[in-house]
Ligand binder design. Structure first.
Ligand code: ATP
Ligand code: MG
Length: 726
């Protein structure tokens, strides 16, 4: 093994084999590299691979570590335990959980199942269904992760809410148990119980794991900390690596104290600091440091690099998220064509999953191959597929596959058996299910179901007649409301359901956009065809493709070129963080993570209007960008000099003129006159973009970019403001 590829501090970390080791270092300083080399070195020194446990943050990271080890060792080893906390625990549980009286084929409940269960428990406790189950779910998780026994003691009884929480918790836990199910917290907690309560289990694993290594240690929570302490409890060869500046999961219970107190807590800990960064240029590193330096609760450390100054960080201002997507696509095409980068070198990072849609659309349009990591592709999401299935049936009654998907969504009491029967009959008569339902009396189906099916078909027929009369987005709003789809999601009142609603709203933006820019003859089927172009792009293989992912999923990765899009206050940092210092610090760390993914080039872009979740809003440049010294930046810098305080001025201005453009559904029924200053750029549904040149009593004279001069009465037609003239 070639140890010359390590610097002095790294070598020290790799060669210190006995005792606890804490490696505390900034981004790109080789922490993950040290872990990988250390494992290889251990094996070379004769440690059996089966006696090594390495914990990473994601399965992807585990895979990559395995691959790097193969290269270092020139062979594949399957005895090593390299994986995430959860995958490691599942392995231990599968062979031992019977000791806790669970069956070995236990199941794991995800958020959706948890919701169902908590709802049942709330009902049994007589708790109003106005309280969200997600409230109880997060409280239960908090309680569990304290690792303290939970009971109805006097202190709890004195607090009504606490009493309810504890009661629901106890009921929930016993129902989980009777369903032979574990939730995600239980996976860790049951493993801890096994190790604490059963000495033979503890001794077995403590003996087995001579060495325990943990990457991304800053994002572990308290139970995970207890777990690794237990596992390394015999040999005390625990090596953890982390960076307090990259802790981005405190909202999920990650505890930064785990890293700050490790030294005190674990006796004879050796601490190694790595200060040389091998990943990024000096400029990128300094710019990222300017951002993170604003956090108060951090250990001050600054990285240096020999990589040279490099290019300035590019700031780009755009009018809309659509323009942003197109700009990124074009810029990437240039990088590949003229600068010798390949697609694998490039990543586009964003704060929220829903932001990927605008980027994906632009990429498809411009023929840029991409792959979305983590989080599903927008058009693959369940709610979007359901909606698309409705639209497909409305557009084409022969589509059995889509019909079968939605005939009982939301639930109408039409079971799988009935659907099977229908399909059989339809096939017999040579018709599609839909057409069969339209014409045939269904003698062999119960009266109740027959009535339901009749109602369903009538509803669908109404939608079909609407396609000729209504704009596309209005048709969709009708489908979502009249089928009861939205009502069902709203009633759920969970985080997940809210997400789905947001995605549906986002889909409305797509439809609206299509309708506004369509050719005269184009209708629903053209819209659907357009979308399948987007969906047909999917392939599992990420080779030769641009990576799209959220900032959270980019942790630990690196790319030659990084685009961070949506650098706007309210998007990144997220709106809630603007007035919450703790949350703002976490957002700042996330920004630091994002920026330090870049090796050569870093682009930060923002749009002055953004339509997200079906709502259009004005946006200003993210405060994080304003924190960067201008000497590290090029491009559209005028807003980078605007002081942060102007944000509130802007809010006032916006309030005064009520220029916030509302989503279509909210807009219905209002006929307020819009106030738009002369010279502003606006967009009209049919005529496209134009400039306001005159105004009288809400009637605007607009010079359209392609359709000439027209007068528009905003009492009847709302204009979308693209750029406001102050
Ligand atoms: P992060 O905090 O983002 O997880 P990290 O500290 O884990 O970063 P690594 O991913 O291990 O950093 O290393 C960053 C890059 O620097 C990698 O491409 C790695 O191969 C390279 N690198 C690390 N140490 C050296 C070294 N001594 N010589 C050359 N390249 C190095
Ligand atoms: Mg790393």
């Amino acid at each position: 093994m070639d140890l010359t590829k390590l610097n002095k501090a790294q070598l020290d970390a790799v060669e210190t084999l006995d005792g606890n080791l804490l490696i505390l270092a900034g981004a790109g300083s080789g922490k993950t590299r040290v872990i990988t080399y250390r494992i290889a070195y251990l094996i070379e020194k004769g440690v059996l691979p089966s006696r090594i446990l390495a914990l990473t943050f994601t399965n992807k990271a585990a895979r990559e570590m395995r691959e790097r080890l193969e290269d270092l060792l020139d062979k594949r080893d399957t005895f090593m335990w390299i994986g995430t906390f959860h995958s490691m625990c599942l392995r231990i549980l599968r062979s031992n959980i019977d000791k806790l009286n669970y069956e070995k084929d236990f199941v794991i409940y995800d958020t959706y199942d948890q919701n169902v269960l908590v709802k049942e428990c709330m009902k049994a406790e007589g708790i109003s269904d106005k309280i969200k189950p997600s409230f109880f779910i997060s409280k239960i998780s908090e309680l569990k992760n304290t690792l303290k026994p939970i009971d109805l003691n006097d202190e709890v009884k004195a607090d009504k809410t606490m009493t309810q929480i504890v009661k629901v918790y106890q009921r929930y836990q016993s129902r989980l148990f009777s369903n032979n199910a574990l939730d995600f917290d239980d996976i860790i907690l049951c493993t801890i119980r096994l190790l604490q309560e059963f000495s033979e289990v503890r001794e077995f694993y403590q003996e087995k794991f001579l060495h325990v290594l943990v990457d991304e240690y800053q994002d572990t929570n308290y139970p995970q900390y207890v777990l690794i302490k237990l596992l390394s409890g015999k040999y005390h060869n625990l090596c953890v690596v982390g960076d307090d500046d990259q802790s981005i999961y405190t909202w999920r219970g990650a505890d930064i104290r785990n890293i700050l107190e490790f030294e005190k807590d674990q006796k004879d800990t050796k601490v190694i600091k790595l200060e040389q960064n091998y990943r990024s240029t000096e400029t990128i590193l300094n710019a990222a440091h300017d951002v993170i330096a604003h956090n108060i609760g951090r250990m001050d450390k600054k990285l240096w690099t020999k990589n040279g100054k490099g290019e300035a960080v590019c700031i780009k201002k755009l009018y809309s998220e659509k323009d942003e997507g197109i700009w990124v696509a074009k810029e990437i095409a240039g990088l590949i064509r003229n600068q010798g980068y390949c697609a694998n070198d490039i990543a586009v990072l964003y704060r929220a999953n829903a932001q990927s849609r605008a980027i994906e659309d632009a990429f498809v349009l411009n023929d840029v191959g991409y792959r979305v990591y983590g989080g599903m592709k927008f058009y693959d999401r369940r709610e979007i597929k359901d909606l698309l299935s409705y639209l497909r049936v409305i557009s084409n009654t022969g589509d059995n596959v889509s019909l079968k998907r939605i005939i009982n969504v939301p639930k109408r009491g039409i079971g799988a058996k009935t659907i099977e029967k229908l399909e059989e009959y339809a096939e017999h008569t040579g018709k599609s299910i839909y057409e069969y339902l339209l014409q045939e009396p269904l003698t062999e189906i119960s009266t109740k179901q027959r009535a339901t099916l009749k109602h369903f078909i009538e509803m669908m027929e109404t939608f079909r007649s609407m396609t000729l009369l209504l704009p596309l987005d209005e048709l969709i709003v009708n489908v979502l409301n009249n089928t009861g789809y939205v009502a069902e999601l709203k009633a759920e009142m969970t985080e997940e359901a809210n997400n789905r609603l947001e995605n549906l709203n986002e889909f409305l933006s797509v439809a609206k956009d299509f309708y506004e820019n369509k050719e005269a003859e184009e209708g629903l089927s053209d819209f659907l065809a357009n979308i399948s172009l987007v969906t047909d792009q999917e392939e599992e293989d990420g080779e030769g493709k641009i990576s799209l992912m959220t900032l959270h999923s980019a942790k630990g990765l690196e790319f030659e070129v990084v685009f961070m899009v949506g650098m706007e206050d309210g998007i990144f940092p997220v709106a809630g963080a603007v007035y919450n210092e703790m949350q703002l610090e976490e957002e700042r760390r996330l920004c630091y993570v994002g920026m330090t993914r870049a090796k050569q080039l870093l682009y930060l872009s923002y749009a002055t209007t953004r339509t997200l979740y079906g709502k259009t809003d004005f946006k200003i440049l993210s405060r994080f960008v304003k924190d960067i010294d201008k000497k590290y930046l090029v491009g559209d810098l005028e807003d980078a000099y605007v002081k942060k305080e102007t944000a509130s001025l802007y809010e006032k201005y916006r309030e005064k003129y009520k220029l916030q453009v509302r989503s279509k559904s909210e807009e219905e029924g209002t006929n307020e006159i819009q106030e738009i200053s002369l010279g502003s750029k606006v967009r009209h549904k049919v005529f496209g973009a134009g400039t306001v040149v005159a105004q009288e009593k809400g009637v605007y004279t607009i010079v359209f970019d392609t359709k000439g001069i027209k007068k528009i009465d905003t009492k009847y037609v709302q204009l979308e403001v693209i750029e406001l003239k102050f």
